[in-house]
Design a protein around this ligand. Structure first.
Ligand code: GDP
Length: 303
């Protein structure tokens, strides 16, 4: 139901158009598939993902000998879930939480995508699950970033480890790890600067931060979550490629899905980058962060 609400815009444009298509066509022919292709591309599913999907659909329709366009609707949702999962039949991608050590989660992403908000929301969610959480204000570059993270921390009742603006991000993360250990925190959520304008700086900074974590925490960082803004559509996809080149991204948090009619971007990201979407943002409130569930998502599109 969270998905149903949050995906209202996408659902309206997508499922209404699919319903209309199904009503217009009597038989499942080449024109039907062409129109469907257009609808999927308009929902930002991404051209190559759409091609894969249409091929799969055609095969399945043939295999099951489907003639009725209404029946195709069911196959579309099945195939959308399948295309998300890819070859592996994985379940919902969970956060890689450590049993007997602090779990270190690094957040990366450009400014304005909703990184701070997502950290705050996730801190809240983890606390609700009984985890002790600490934040590290590793974006020492953008003016106001430290204070903004600190405010989110206060709001959800979590401490923030911070230095002054302009200081070395890896020193902040180092302190965050020490503090997490001494306070027996379960999870340390680390913010980082999102300056994509200079790819070399970004890479250097991220690799330095990662080195510090690797040195202090065995197997750390346990997650590198890339935050992307769904309303930026295909631009989010190219950001993802840049970050995936700069560092090992283990998962994606896709924000502002409630603000776009192009929720299909989730499928494009998964299919074209092979990185699982772990969280989706479906609103501005603290409870509006959801663990991404492909099946619930696709059903949310058609509900
Ligand atoms: P940052 O610069 O990446 O840290 O971005 P912020 O966390 O400051 O978020 C930028 C804006 O996006 C804020 O106004 C947030 O309230 C808003 N925002 C973040 N996530 C979501 C979401 O899932 N849905 C909506 N509608 N707004 C969001």
């Amino acid at each position: 139901t969270k998905y149903k609400e949050g995906l209202q815009k996408t659902r309206k444009s997508f499922s209404e158009r699919v319903n209309d298509l199904v009503a217009r066509y009597r038989s499942v022919d080449e024109d039907f598939f062409e129109d469907l292709e257009e609808i999927l591309i308009a929902a930002d599913v991404g051209v190559s993902t759409v091609m894969d999907l249409i091929d799969e659909l055609k095969m399945e329709v043939k295999r099951r000998n489907i003639k009725d366009t209404n029946e195709v609707k069911q196959v579309i949702s099945e195939k959308l879930v399948e295309i998300y999962h890819g070859e592996e039949d994985e379940e919902v991608a969970e956060l890689n939480l450590q049993e007997d050590d602090v779990t270190v989660v690094l957040f990366v992403g450009v400014n304005g995508v909703g990184k701070t908000t997502t950290i705050g929301k996730l801190a809240h969610q983890l606390q609700e699950d009984g985890k002790k959480v600490l934040l590290a204000a590793g974006d020492t570059f953008r003016a106001g970033a430290i204070e903004q993270l600190n405010e989110w921390g206060n709001r959800v009742g979590v401490d923030t480890i911070k230095h002054s603006e302009g200081s070395d991000p890896s020193a902040v993360i180092y302190d965050g790890i020490q503090a997490a250990r001494s306070r027996k925190a379960d999870v340390l959520l680390c913010d980082t600067a999102g300056r994509l304008q200079n790819k070399v700086n970004l890479m250097n900074e991220l690799s330095k931060v990662k080195r510090v974590i690797e040195r202090e925490v065995p197997n750390g960082p346990h997650e590198v979550l890339l935050v992307l803004d769904a309303t930026t559509g295909q631009n989010a996809l190219s950001q993802a490629k840049t970050f995936a080149d700069a560092t090992d991204v283990s998962g994606i948090a896709l924000t502002k899905l409630d603000g776009t009619a192009k929720g299909g971007i989730v499928l494009a990201i998964r299919n074209e980058l092979g990185i699982p979407v772990k969280y989706v943002g479906l609103g501005e409130r603290v409870e509006d962060l959801q663990t991404f569930d492909p099946q619930a998502f696709v059903y949310g599109l058609f509900a």
